[in-house]
Design a protein around this ligand. Structure first.
Ligand code: NAD
Length: 315
C-alpha cells in the first residue's frame, strides 16, 4: 500500500527536494503531504512536481511554531494516518553571541527544536497506537559537533539529537523507527539567508578582535566552504529516500562523505580536545593544516563511500 509522508518546510531547499523526489517515485509508493508555513511560496514546489499535484502530492499549510496549525494540518489528513514524518523545517543563525538578541536565539530554538517537539506531540500518539511509523529528522553535522560562530544553531541541533536519542529507546518498544539525517553544508536558500544576515549583522557589541574574526575569517571563507564541501538538496533527498526505503534504517546517517573525517574526530577522542584543536588549526593556522586536512579528506573519501551500505531497500 501507498505510504503517507508528511514533510515540513517544503517551499525551498531540502524539504522541496524530498517532497518532489518521493512524489515522483516511479512505483508511486508514497502519498506526500508537502507542507509549508506560507502557501504563497508554493510555486517552486508546484513547478518541480507539477505532474504529481492532486495525485501523489498535496500541498498543505503548516507552521512548526504553531500547535494549532500543526493540529489543523494533521487532522485534515484521512484518519490522521501518517506513516512517515519528515521533520525538515529549520533556520540558521551565525555570528558572535554578544551581537545576537535572546529573542533571535529563541526563534532558532523554537523552530529547530520545539518545532520537532510540537510535531511529535501531535503525531506520535497515533503512531504508538498503530505500532508503526518512521520519524525522519533533518538534523545536521552540527548536531554532532559545534562550529565557530554557529553556537546557537549547533545548540538547537544538539537539542534535537539528545531528544531523539532519548525517544529512540521508547520508540523501539512501539516498533517505531527514528532516523537522524545529518547533512554537512548544503547549497540552499539557508546558506544564502544565513550569509546575508551575517553580512548585515550589527557587530558593535563585539570587541574588535571578535568582529574581525567573524568578518575577515568566518564570512570570508563561508562561500568557499560551501563551494568545496557543499552538497545539493537533491543529493540529500536521495539519501533520505534510501533511508525511508531501507528495511533497517540507521538511527544516524551522515550524507556528506567529505565531512565524515571531521565528525570522526569527535568519536576518536573521548576528551573532546581533538576536534576543537583541529577546527582551531583549520581556522587560525589555515594554510598549514587546511591542505593536510584536504588530503586526509580525499584519502578517506573511498572509505566513507562504503558507509552508505546499511541493509537492502524494501521492494
Ligand atoms: P531552506 O531555508 O531552503 O529551508 C528551510 C525551510 O524551512 C524553508 O522552506 C522555510 O520556509 C521553512 N521554515 C522555517 N521556519 C518554519 C516554520 N516555522 N514552519 C514551517 N516551515 C518553516 O534551507 P534547507 O537547507 O533546505 O534547510 C532544511 C533543513 O536542513 C533545516 O532543518 C536545516 O537546519 C537543515 N540543514 C541545512 C544545511 C545547509 O547547509 N543548508 C545543513 C545541514 C542541515
Amino acid at each position: 500500500a501507498q505510504k503517507t509522508v508528511l514533510i515540513t518546510g517544503c517551499s525551498s531547499g531540502i524539504g522541496l527536494a524530498i517532497a518532489a523526489k518521493l512524489a515522483k517515485d516511479e512505483q508511486k509508493r508514497f502519498k506526500v503531504y508537502a507542507t509549508m508555513r506560507n502557501l504563497e511560496k508554493k510555486n517552486s514546489l508546484v513547478e518541480a512536481a507539477e505532474e504529481c499535484m492532486g495525485k501523489t502530492m498535496e500541498i498543505k499549510q503548516l507552521d512548526v511554531c504553531s500547535e494549532e496549525s500543526i493540529h489543523n494540518c494533521v487532522s485534515s489528513i484521512p484518519d490522521r494516518h501518517i506513516d512517515i514524518l519528515v521533520s525538515n523545517a529549520g533556520m540558521g543563525l551565525i555570528g558572535p553571541v554578544e551581537c545576537q538578541t535572546i529573542q533571535e536565539m529563541k526563534n532558532v530554538m523554537d523552530t529547530n527544536f520545539f518545532g520537532l517537539v510540537r510535531l511529535l506531540k501531535e503525531i506520535l500518539p497515533d503512531m504508538k497506537k498503530r505500532k508503526s511509523g518512521h520519524i525522519v529528522i533533518i538534523s545536521s553535522v552540527m548536531g554532532i559537533q559545534g562550529i565557530l560562530f554557529n553556537d546557537v544553531y549547533a545548540a538547537s541541533k544538539f537539542a534535537v539529537e539528545g531528544f531523539c536519542e532519548s525517544l529512540a529507546i521508547q520508540a523501539l518498544k512501539f516498533k517505531l523507527q527514528l532516523s537522524l539525517i545529518e547533512p554537512g553544508p548544503v547549497i540552499t536558500e539557508f546558506e544564502r539567508k544565513v550569509y546575508e544576515d551575517g553580512m548585515k549583522m550589527d557587530l558593535s557589541a563585539a570587541d574588535k578582535e571578535t568582529a574581525d574574526m567573524f568578518t575577515n575569517i568566518y564570512l570570508k571563507n563561508y562561500k568557499s566552504i560551501f563551494q568545496s564541501l557543499g552538497q545539493t538538496a537533491e543529493d540529500v533527498a536521495e539519501h533520505t529516500k534510501r533511508i525511508i526505503l531501507s528495511e533497517n534504517p540507521p538511527f544516524r546517517h551522515q550524507t556528506n562523505t567529505l565531512y565524515t573525517p571531521m565528525t570522526t574526530l569527535k568519536y576518536a577522542d573521548p576528551n573532546g580536545d581533538l576536534p576543537i584543536d583541529t577546527f582551531y588549526k583549520m581556522v587560525f593556522q589555515h594554510d598549514k593544516i587546511f591542505n593536510a586536512s584536504l588530503n586526509f579528506i580525499k584519502l578517506l573519501r573511498w572509505r566513507s563511500k562504503k558507509s552508505f551500505d546499511f541493509g537492502k531497500p524494501q521492494s
